[in-house]
Design a protein around this ligand. Structure first.
Ligand SMILES: [Zn+2]
Length: 432
């Protein structure tokens, strides 16, 4: 295991203990209100400590990361929900290295899990070790960061760490002078992203507005069908069809550079979808879904942006789209405002409003009975961490027999894409 990048983990812990000890002594002798240097960031859990102790140890299976010049997302993959504690020792910078360490209680490392080197200017790398018999310590060696957030996702369980820093000035300047959007970098092994990247290199019309690149995110895919209608229609299929039609329209009509999170029937984890948007430095993020409700009479169009759910219905929908339970959504709600520090709340609400209005208008022209359920708020994982205006559109109810039939119809899919296009057009126009 390569630990040359920093202090060995045990030594690091004793170093921290020494610092804490000195601080406690200072407190006792001087009676000054000092803060510990090792600031505890959070201790959040999906499972209570008492129920966790009865379970076998959680296994840390994998570590993934996505890098941009000012943002890095790390995902720690586990086989069950865990209890953890995150601490920070300095932010790095001025030649000094900082450190974030996360202790995962009642866990062990899977065979072959190795330290990873990142070296993107924010994170030097990630080190892992079995710190105590039942505690895995994950250490992020930071170089020059502003802030970090840790949050849990479920099914499969993982801890996501978002690290933010300053965008290097030379990159900001370079992007301002570019008349065409820079091509996003392809990720090896992700053919659907790579293929799109290749095609987006020469947009047919160059956009001069503030909005140049949009990420379209057809929900679900692969082993996750999303909502399934009584007639067998799967949400993942209809939202992909709508997304692909919308991609063409946004390119043709608005000259936008469009990046898809998926262009085929593949599964993409929720945290990767936002990471793609941040990675390609998108100006807008739009997640496309189809609704479902226990009441099969429910129908209509609604658009969401990220915030606390105001109604039980919105919380239930978020649980469904997040692939979790209502209980876990309430845990997420409790830490949501902390996670939303970089979320463009007003712009997202504005975009949601324009898209909802235009989409309802378009569909109303075809089906006068379509219900306008309006713009709502909910704690959707897929929007957490997005740094650009980002929304989630629930195009129609696949759980409603009539709307299920419409969703399958290519003409209706096209109309839905046209409605969303008009909403994006209205939003862009309002910025000029
Ligand atoms: Zn969905």
């Amino acid at each position: 295991m390569n630990r040359s990048g920093g202090m060995p983990l045990r030594e690091e812990a004793s170093h921290m203990n020494r610092i804490l000890h000195i601080l406690v002594c200072l407190l006792l002798t001087c009676l000054l209100p000092l803060h510990s240097q090792a600031a505890r960031k959070s201790q959040t859990a999906f499972t209570s400590q008492s129920s966790a102790t009865r379970r076998p140890l959680a296994v840390l299976n994998d570590i993934k990361h996505w890098s941009t010049p000012d943002y890095t997302r790390v995902s720690i993959e586990l086989d069950q929900d865990v209890v953890w504690e995150a601490h920070e020792l300095g932010k790095g910078g001025n030649g000094k290295q900082g450190r974030i360490f996360i202790d995962i209680k009642r866990s062990r490392l899977a065979m072959g899990i190795k330290n990873i080197t990142i070296g993107d200017g924010l994170l030097k790398g990630v080190r892992v070790a079995q710190y105590r018999p039942e505690v895995v310590r994950v250490v992020l060696d930071t170089q020059n960061i502003k802030s970090y957030k840790v949050f849990p996702l479920s099914t499969p369980a993982r801890l996501v760490i978002d690290v933010r820093g300053e965008r290097p000035t030379e990159i900001s300047r370079m992007e301002q002078t570019l008349s065409t959007p820079p091509a996003p970098t392809a990720e090896p092994g992700r053919s659907e992203v790579a293929a799109v990247t290749k095609r987006t290199k020469s947009p047919r019309k160059v956009s001069h507005s503030k909005i140049r690149r949009i990420v379209l995110d057809p929900g679900h895919g692969g082993h996750d069908p999303g909502a399934v209608g009584a007639g067998g229609t799967q949400e993942k299929d209809v939202v992909l069809a709508i997304g692909l039609k919308l991609r063409e329209l946004l390119r043709e009509e608005l000259g936008l550079n469009v990046v898809m999170t998926r262009t085929s029937d593949v599964f993409i984890p929720l945290e990767e979808r936002t990471a793609i948007a941040n990675k390609v430095n998108a100006d807008l993020f739009l997640s496309i879904h189809a609704n479902a409700a226990p009441n099969h009479a429910a129908s209509g169009i609604e658009t969401y942006y990220l915030s606390l759910a105001k109604t039980e219905k919105a919380a239930r929908l978020a649980a469904k789209e997040n692939g979790t339970t209502l209980e876990k959504v309430s845990v997420l709600q409790a830490i949501l405002f902390d996670l939303m520090a970089n979320y463009k709340l007003n712009d997202s609400a504005h975009l949601a409003n324009d898209v909802q209005k235009a989409l309802h208008k378009k569909i109303h022209g075809l089906h006068a009975d379509v219900r306008n359920l309006g713009v709502k708020q909910g704690p959707f994982y897929v929007l957490v961490g997005a740094t650009m205006p980002s929304i989630l559109v629930e195009t129609a109810f696949v759980s409603n027999v009539e709307e299920e039939a419409r969703l399958k119809d290519p003409a209706y899919q096209e109309a839905t894409a046209e409605g969303i296009l008009e909403g994006v057009r209205a939003y862009i126009s309002s910025l000029k």
